[in-house]
Unconditional design. Structure first.
Length: 108
């Protein structure tokens, strides 16, 4: 049976690739084209980290905000912007929880 958590290679890959443009727009590229950029828990953590950075109101040496806008895109060559939540990951976690409950003799 497949593991319900992403493998280490998947976790080490950058699923949200940031680009800070000179016009102070932070472009966040979703980078899971084979999964149609489905939002995994690892990807959501990365996205949260970048958005929190944008909300931190960091200033440059002239007092201007470093990031004034955030633009979400998909990496070039993606067939979809995002398919939504990662159903494989969600189902894997649910099956894992059910299996654990059965092996411990619990009923729901």
């Amino acid at each position: 049976m497949a593991s319900s958590t992403p493998n280490q290679a998947d976790q080490q890959q950058q699923h949200v690739v940031p680009t800070l443009h000179p016009n102070r727009v932070l472009e966040l590229h979703f980078n899971r084209p084979k999964a149609l950029n489905a939002l995994s828990s690892h990807m959501l953590l990365e996205l949260t980290k970048h958005v929190q950075r944008a909300l931190a109101n960091e200033k440059d040496d002239k007092g201007n905000e470093l990031i004034e806008a955030v633009l979400l895109t998909a990496v070039e060559g993606s067939r979809a912007f995002s398919a939504g939540g990662d159903i494989k990951e969600i189902l894997g976690k649910l099956l894992s929880e059910k299996t654990e409950a059965v092996t411990q003799g619990k009923r729901e």
